[in-house]
Structures are given as C-alpha cells and as structure tokens.
Design a protein around this ligand. Structure first.
Ligand code: MN
Ligand code: MN
Length: 334
C-alpha cells in the first residue's frame, strides 16, 4: 500500500505531483503516483535522454535481432518500466529505505538503432553506452536480447581500462564458437573473452542448465547446485570468486525457472526462484560493482507480468545496493 503524499482529493482539478518523469527537477525521493497511470519511466525517475547529470542512468536497449528461438525482447524495456511502477512509493524491501534519497537516478529512454541495418547495431549500442560513460554515469541497462551485454562491456572497459569480473546469471553460458563476426545472443561471451573484456579467473556463471563447448576458465555454478546452496552460500561463493576485481552483473532472466519467468526466448526448467535470485543479488553489495543489465524479457510470452516484474525487481534491487553504497560514502561512478 502506497502512502499518499497529497491531501485527500477533494478538488480533482487541483495541481498534483503526477508525471514526475517529465520534471527535470525531480532528482530525489519517490513520486507516489498512482501505479496504473502516468508516464512510465523506470521507477518513475525523471526522463532525460542525455542522462540529466544523474550518477546512475537507466536506459533501455530494445534489441531483438540475435535470438535463437522465441523473439519479443524488443518489448522488454517498455514492459520492465511499466512493471516497475508498482515498486515506486514504498521503501524498497528489504533495504528499509528509499534508494532515491541518497541516489540520483535518471531514465535515459531507449537506445536508437536501425533495424534495417543490423550489422551497424553493435556499434550503435556501444557508442550510446560510451556517451553515458563519458558523462561519468553508472549504467543500468534494460534489455533487449543478451547480445547487448557485449557492446555495453566494450564501452565500459574502454572507459575504465579495467577488464571486469563477469557475474552472469543465466541458464546458458553464451560461449558458443564465434570468430568475432557473429551478432548472436549465444556467442557474445566468447567475443567478450577474446576481446579481453573479461577477467575469466574472477568470473562466474550462475544457474547454468545447458552445456556449451567452451567455458574459457569462467567458473560455473550450475542451476541445481545454485538451488542446493541457497542464496547465502551462493552469494558468498560469488563474492569469493570475484574478490576485489571490478564487477559487472548481467542477469539473463532465463536464469529463473520458467515458472517465475515464462516470458523469455529460451526457457529452461529447473532454475532459481525469483526470491532466490533477489536474495542472492542483494548479498552482492560487497563487490566493486561497475554495471548491471537485465535481459531477455520477452513480454509476448509473459503471463500476468510475472517475468517483467521479476526483471524490474532485480534492477530495483541493484539500485538498492548502489544506494546503500552511496549512503556509505562509496564511489558510484565506474
Ligand atoms: Mn539464457
Ligand atoms: Mn544469456
């Protein structure tokens, strides 16, 4: 139940704080708009295509050209934003706090690329991510199919000059063979490894429930093992693996069991529950976090917004972690 910020509505024509996404001065606090109406930026943050000077920029990449099975991820960012509206207004569980007290977050809208020129899409995503990084923003990306992680990582590592430990939640390793030319959501980790973007000895893939020919030295905690460990031990194992390396978290929503994320392109049974995933992610606040994405949400295959709400909740959880770091005086910019 969201607490109303306004007095009881005795005059329906009186000015009210609605459509806060369009208010460039809306930097902190929650909007408490009705969940079901208004402009749906992510978590009601102000809409600012140039990032608006925010320290954290959420943006969408409605990519839907590299999937190997069911399509629909082009509708992912919009669905994630719509689902996020219900998370606005109350303190964020389990953080006991409004993340937007300490943290300034803007929604930069969606990346732009030409569906008719698919070969140019990776460079377009990379260039737009690089523009946000050049402004010093910490990027949270709403997908979109999983290929987008590759150009975003290219832009991040070009900015920081520091390859990252990859924490990949996924049913799939995405390490199929690639000579460096494929635009494919099943091979982009191969490209990222070959490009030197990932510190494989510090990286880990969690929830894997398929087999691929290569692991490149990346640790794997498969789906059944992750379930047996539980969130506390799972987060501890991830934290031990990553250590003090700069870390990037990519969350392919198919890491979740299809019961919790039916709306995705390549579902695999036997995955984590949304509770297990959220609780594991929440416990990763000790990592030197440099970025996050949630990908592969395909709304046409979703039911009752289950998948979109799970994805939005994971991104909100990540913002909760960043807010805690900000409140503790830690650096947010990558
Ligand atoms: Mn996957
Ligand atoms: Mn994937």
């Amino acid at each position: 139940m969201t607490a109303p910020v306004t007095a009881p509505l005795t005059d329906p024509l009186a000015p009210r704080p609605v459509d806060r996404a369009l208010d460039p001065g809306f930097r902190h606090g929650q909007s408490t708009e009705p969940n079901y109406s208004g402009v749906t930026s992510f978590l009601r943050r102000r809409y600012a295509p140039d990032g608006g000077g925010a320290e954290v920029v959420v943006w969408g990449v409605p990519l839907d050209v590299t999937v190997s099975n069911r399509p629909g991820t082009r509708f992912g960012p919009r669905a994630l934003r719509a689902a996020s509206a219900i998370l606005d207004g109350d303190p964020l569980y389990p953080f006991h706090a409004d993340p937007f007290g300490p943290l300034d977050v803007a929604d930069a809208g969606d990346g732009v690329f030409d569906y008719g020129l698919p070969a140019g899409i990776p460079a377009a995503i990379e260039a737009q991510a690089a523009r946000h990084y050049a402004r010093g923003a910490h990027l949270v990306t709403l997908g979109g199919d999983h290929f987008l992680t590759y150009p975003v990582l290219k832009a991040l590592v070009a900015r920081t000059r520091a390859p990252v430990a990859l924490v990949q939640f996924d049913a799939h390793q995405d390490t199929w063979d690639d000579d460096g030319s494929r635009v494919d959501h099943g091979t982009m980790i191969t490209r990222a490894v070959k490009d030197g973007l990932i510190r494989v000895e510090r990286s880990v893939q969690v929830g894997i429930r398929t087999h691929a020919p290569n692991d490149f030295g990346i640790a794997i905690i498969d789906g059944y093992s992750a379930g047996e460990m539980g969130p506390r031990a799972l987060a501890a194992a991830i934290t031990e693996r990553v250590g003090d390396a700069p870390a990037y978290v990519t969350f392919d929503i198919d890491a979740l069991d299809p019961a919790f994320a039916p709306g995705t392109g390549t579902p695999v049974c036997g995955g984590l529950s949304s509770r297990e995933a959220l609780e594991t992610l929440r416990r990763l606040g000790g990592l030197d976090l440099k970025g996050f994405d949630v990908v592969e949400v395909s709304p046409p295959y979703d039911h009752a917004e289950i998948t979109a709400l799970a994805g939005a909740s994971l991104a909100a959880c990540y913002l909760g972690i960043l807010a805690g770091r900000k409140a503790a005086g830690e650096r947010i910019a990558p």
